[in-house]
Design a protein around this ligand. Structure first.
Ligand SMILES: *Cc1c(COP(=O)(O)O)cnc(C)c1O
Length: 495
């Protein structure tokens, strides 16, 4: 069956996959969802002998119904070229759990899984829809997304990218990663303000009709690479299918046996991909939603009420410091039995009052999910414990998931194998990791800390670390929030 896409808030207009990828968000503000979730066209036994790229092809072909086989295969090449291991996402057993390492891409965080392939999907989509203009990606980042998008789009023909980040709001290594980015089509700009200021202004620029017209005159058009783009969600389904295949292959489970997955969650994209894998036929029993102290999702899955009216807490897992998990809107759509009116009402209530409550029936259907959270102290102890017990070093985001997976096991006595989505290399968060794992750690310099982490993990520096430490700084623009529009025009050569 040919899958099309429509908004979570209205199912009247239907879009092809390529149109949905180019648009990013539906015109009514809703998120694109597939007309149905396809089932896997091959058996679980057959999966177990396939490579990552072969599984990627099987999954993507089901969703990208207006892409040719050739186009899908061409896109998948990035997993050969840009990842540092042929397994792409190795599954590592340490202590009680299987860690699915999603950080072997160019920026050593899981955003690479989707942002390395999105530029290919987007340029193919543009061609398919006879878009003559070059695509301009505008992104505001609090750290991880910016660099992953820069690497993904660098030197991709017919695209340009401008990334804004808060001057004093990202870690030293994250800033270095962005400022050393090469490529004739990439621009990095820091702003005097926080992430929310940058994000709000980027949204305004997208909605600026005058700017849009100026871009058009210059054969340019905006597009968005943010995590609600369906072109980011689909590539994330692949690794859950792959992890199941690996567990069959290494005789941990038999085909058909259930697994549980635990995911460190922020915007709800990664765990939603696991839900899609389950709906496609992968026997996932529990989907474990792990939050940090910003535990709005824990409360939601426990009570059925989503309430964003609470303090925003800065934690050691910054990529999960989120109060509005955008991708949850897609789950609401599925749990409601595809009731777009109901979803539109919830989203309206969220934007007006910051709160909504789902029906009892929906909450019952959500019982495939188990949600809990880790405090900062829990995260630290978890990193330390897994190092002591298994000699395996995990980053703070992954530690949130490992802690919550343990909570689940203790609460239920469920002995099902657990796969933890391991979303960042410890090298991306050296200070938090060393403070947890090393007694009396003192932070002398970034380089010294990274060196100490190397001794602790026994893993050589990934390319990303060498580059951040040694590559020349190539960008040095800082602007006020009020100057963002001017700098966009200047960088694009509009004036
Ligand atoms: C983005 C990110 C997350 C959260 O993923 P969502 O899809 O937003 O839930 C977790 N860990 C790391 C390291 C990330 O970069």
């Amino acid at each position: 069956m040919n899958i099309t896409y429509h908004s979570t808030r209205n199912d009247q207009l239907s879009y092809t996959a390529s149109q949905a990828i180019l648009s990013g968000i539906a015109p009514d503000g809703g998120l694109f969802v597939p007309s149905s979730i396809p089932t896997l066209p091959i058996t679980l036994e057959e999966l177990s002998s396939k490579t990552y790229q072969e599984i990627a092809f099987v999954v993507m072909k089901e969703f990208l119904s207006d892409f040719s086989d050739e186009e899908i295969k061409q896109s998948i090449q990035v997993y050969n070229e840009k990842f540092d291991t042929p397994a792409v996402t190795p599954l590592v057993k340490a202590g009680d759990f299987h860690y699915l390492e999603l950080f072997h891409g160019p920026t050593i965080a899981f955003k690479d899984m989707a942002l390395s392939i999105l530029p290919q999907l987007m340029t193919i989509s543009a061609k398919k829809n006879n878009i003559k203009e070059d695509i301009v990606i505008l992104t505001a980042t609090s750290g991880d997304t910016g660099k992953a998008a820069l690497v993904g789009f660098s030197e991709v023909p017919h695209t340009k990218i401008i990334v804004f980040y808060p001057k004093n709001g990202v870690s030293e290594i994250q800033e270095k990663q962005m400022l050393t980015q090469k490529g004739n089509n990439v621009h990095v700009v820091s702003i005097e303000g926080n992430f929310d200021d940058a994000q709000t202004q980027v949204k305004q620029l997208f909605a600026d009709e005058k700017l849009k017209a100026e871009l058009e005159e210059n054969q340019l058009r905006f597009s968005s690479a943010n995590s609600i783009n369906i072109g980011r969600l689909i590539p994330q389904i692949i690794y859950y299918v792959y992890s199941y295949a690996q567990l069959i292959k290494d005789n941990t489970i038999k085909a058909g046996e259930s697994i549980n997955v635990a995911v460190p969650t922020g915007n709800f994209g990664n765990i939603l991909a696991a839900y899609y894998a389950k709906e496609m036929g992968i026997p996932i029993n529990k989907l474990i939603v792990a939050s940090n102290e910003n535990n709005v999702l824990t409360d939601f899955f426990t009570s059925g009420t989503y309430d964003r009216n609470r303090d925003f807490i800065l934690t050691s897992s910054p990529s999960m410091d989120i109060l509005v998990s955008s991708n949850l809107e897609r789950l609401l759509y599925h749990l409601s039995g595809n009731d777009t009116k109901l979803v539109a009402g919830y989203m309206n209530s969220l934007s007006q009052e910051g709160i909504y409550k789902i029906t009892a029936d929906m909450l019952t259907k959500a019982s495939d999910f188990y949600a809990n959270f880790a405090s900062e102290k829990d995260v630290k102890e978890q990193i330390q414990r897994i190092n002591e017990e298994a000699g395996y070093i995990i980053d703070p985001h992954t530690a949130v998931a490992a802690f919550v997976a343990n909570q689940y096991k203790e609460a239920t006595d469920d002995q099902t194998e657990i796969v933890i989505a391991s979303t960042a290399s410890p090298y991306k968060f050296p200070l938090a990791v060393l403070e947890a794992a090393v007694a009396n750690f003192s932070n002398d310099s970034l380089e010294a800390s990274l060196q100490q982490l190397k001794e602790l993990t026994g893993i050589p520096f990934p390319n990303a670390v060498d580059e951040a430490l040694h590559d020349p700084i190539l960008h040095d623009t800082t602007v006020k929030v009020s100057e963002m529009k001017e700098i966009v025009k200047k960088k694009l050569g509009l004036q």
